[in-house]
Design a protein around this ligand. Structure first.
Ligand code: G3I
Length: 305
């Protein structure tokens, strides 16, 4: 196979990219997307502020453009994300507990119903744990007003809304074995033991020199898989360039392929110039859509050429 998507498919995996709706008019962007990728994640268009900017009034237009594009090309869609402390409209933060609970469940139900049958996996809850050594939950309107149970409630509501979508918990700095990933691990183990619906864990995998690819990355993916969930690499980017970056990308792909339940990889953008890391070059294509050494390392690790 000579594309990322085709090579990954031969290994039984998808290979995806985060996509911005306002780039879908750019010919080179779309050509690269359509040629190389078999899955998309809307980079911002399915976040709460985009979909429900004021209470009860939904605006699906930009997200629909991405979903329609994906469907017309036979690509999967990862839904990102239903419950997150960031990109949350102001009206949500102002609610009292019982109103907030209804608003959360209503948001999940309305959004998942709108996209029912069209989303492969949903990031139901994103980034609910703190960084650092405490393993504690992150402060957010949901955590602060609803308590620890908000995550479980969100997953139960999500299962009811679209029983065929895979329901994921997604986070960053959980890529290796550390206090934060231990806390997520304990939550997933608890959910599985009590029958709380969860199907997958997303490992964002935003790497840079201060936060390199961990040496126990594969072992960490494997321990989650051993709990009985799929694992996905959901927002991969690696700051750097040249051979060093290529080697890191290859190592990430090999780690996923070594874990049977690692079902796919998504990179967080297509050309470097559209990365959220404004000054960086963390992606697989340069600003002119040339394939970087990192691209060739990924293709080769997937068994393509
Ligand atoms: O849409 C507005 C536009 O109207 C306004 O004029 C402009 C001015 O700043 O801002 C635009 O919104 C920006 C939005 O991206 C869309 O481009 C926000 O400022 C900007 O903060 C936002 O950044 C996104 C970031 O999440 C916000 O948290 C990045 O594009 C997106 O890549 C990034 O993605 C996150 C994942 O969702 C979760 N994991 C971490 C990852 C990287 O931070």
């Amino acid at each position: 196979a000579d594309t990322l998507g085709a090579a990954a498919a031969e290994k039984g995996r998808y290979f995806g990219a985060a996509v911005a709706a306002n780039r879908l008019g750019e010919a080179q962007y779309v050509a690269t997307l359509n040629t190389e990728f078999t899955s998309v994640t809307p980079e911002n268009e399915m976040k709460w502020d985009a979909l429900e900017p004021s209470r009860g009034s939904f605006s699906f237009g930009s997200a629909d453009r991405i979903v329609n594009h994906a469907q017309s090309r036979g690509m999967d869609v990862r839904g990102h994300t239903l419950v997150w402390h960031s990109q949350l409209p102001g009206w949500v933060s102002g609610l009292g507990a019982s109103d907030l609970r209804s608003a959360m469940n209503h948001h999940i139900t309305q959004v998942m119903t709108h996209y029912k049958g069209k989303i492969h996996s949903w990031d139901v809850v994103n980034e609910a744990f703190q960084d650092g050594g405490s393993g504690a939950r992150r402060s957010s309107p949901f955590q602060d007003k609803l308590g620890n149970g908000f995550i479980e409630e969100a997953f139960r509501t999500a299962r009811a809304a679209d029983p065929n979508a895979k329901l994921c918990y997604n986070d960053y700095n959980t890529d290796g074995v550390n206090a934060k990933s231990n806390a997520v691990y304990a939550m997933v183990r608890d959910f599985k033991s009590r029958g709380v619906p969860i199907d997958c864990v997303g490992f964002q995998s935003h790497f840079n020199p201060n936060s390199p690819v961990p040496s126990d990355y594969q072992a960490n993916l494997q321990r989650f898989a051993d709990l009985g969930v799929d694992v996905q690499i959901t927002e991969l980017d690696i700051e750097g360039s040249g051979t060093a970056q290529a080697t890191d990308y290859g190592n990430v792909v090999r780690a996923c392929l070594a874990v049977t339940r690692c079902t796919g990889i998504t990179v967080w953008g297509i050309p470097d110039k559209y990365s959220w890391r404004a000054s960086g070059t963390p992606l697989l294509f340069d600003d002119n859509y040339n394939k970087k050494p990192a691209y060739h390392a990924v293709l080769s690790a997937l068994g393509g050429s």
